[in-house]
Write a protein that binds this ligand. Structure first.
Ligand SMILES: [Zn+2]
Length: 67
Protein backbone atom coordinates (compact mmCIF):
# COMPACT_ATOMS: atom_id res chain seq x y z
CA UNK A 1 0.00 0.00 0.00
CA UNK A 2 1.21 3.48 -0.83
CA UNK A 3 2.33 5.48 2.16
CA UNK A 4 2.82 9.26 2.24
CA UNK A 5 6.51 10.12 2.10
CA UNK A 6 6.28 13.18 4.35
CA UNK A 7 3.62 14.45 6.67
CA UNK A 8 1.78 17.62 5.72
CA UNK A 9 2.77 20.73 7.61
CA UNK A 10 0.11 22.52 9.67
CA UNK A 11 -0.02 25.21 6.99
CA UNK A 12 -0.57 22.66 4.14
CA UNK A 13 -3.26 20.92 6.16
CA UNK A 14 -5.06 24.18 6.93
CA UNK A 15 -4.85 25.39 3.33
CA UNK A 16 -6.48 22.12 2.22
CA UNK A 17 -9.17 22.30 4.91
CA UNK A 18 -10.05 25.87 3.93
CA UNK A 19 -11.66 24.58 0.71
CA UNK A 20 -14.23 22.57 2.69
CA UNK A 21 -15.78 25.65 4.25
CA UNK A 22 -19.57 25.61 3.90
CA UNK A 23 -20.89 28.48 1.79
CA UNK A 24 -23.70 30.50 3.39
CA UNK A 25 -27.22 29.86 2.05
CA UNK A 26 -28.31 32.13 -0.77
CA UNK A 27 -31.55 33.71 0.50
CA UNK A 28 -34.14 36.01 -1.09
CA UNK A 29 -36.92 38.00 0.54
CA UNK A 30 -40.41 36.59 -0.06
CA UNK A 31 -42.43 39.10 -2.17
CA UNK A 32 -45.58 38.46 -0.11
CA UNK A 33 -44.45 38.35 3.51
CA UNK A 34 -40.81 39.44 3.29
CA UNK A 35 -39.23 36.54 5.16
CA UNK A 36 -35.93 35.18 3.86
CA UNK A 37 -36.49 32.17 1.58
CA UNK A 38 -34.35 29.99 -0.65
CA UNK A 39 -34.67 30.82 -4.36
CA UNK A 40 -36.80 28.34 -6.40
CA UNK A 41 -38.45 27.13 -3.18
CA UNK A 42 -41.94 27.89 -1.86
CA UNK A 43 -41.91 30.30 1.09
CA UNK A 44 -41.84 28.49 4.43
CA UNK A 45 -43.93 31.13 6.21
CA UNK A 46 -46.80 31.76 3.76
CA UNK A 47 -46.45 28.86 1.25
CA UNK A 48 -46.39 30.99 -1.90
CA UNK A 49 -44.19 30.71 -4.97
CA UNK A 50 -44.22 33.37 -7.72
CA UNK A 51 -47.16 35.03 -5.93
CA UNK A 52 -49.27 31.85 -6.14
CA UNK A 53 -50.43 29.82 -3.14
CA UNK A 54 -48.63 26.47 -3.50
CA UNK A 55 -48.61 24.97 -0.02
CA UNK A 56 -51.29 25.19 2.66
CA UNK A 57 -49.79 26.46 5.88
CA UNK A 58 -51.27 25.03 9.06
CA UNK A 59 -52.16 27.46 11.80
CA UNK A 60 -49.86 27.08 14.77
CA UNK A 61 -51.67 25.45 17.68
CA UNK A 62 -51.80 27.51 20.85
CA UNK A 63 -49.82 25.73 23.57
CA UNK A 64 -50.99 25.83 27.20
CA UNK A 65 -48.01 28.07 27.96
CA UNK A 66 -49.35 30.79 25.62
CA UNK A 67 -52.78 30.93 27.34
ZN1 LIG B 1 -43.75 34.37 2.33
Amino acid sequence: MAVPKRRHSKSRKRIKKAYFKIAPLNLRACPKCGTKTRPHYACVECGTYKNRQIVKIKEKKATPKDA
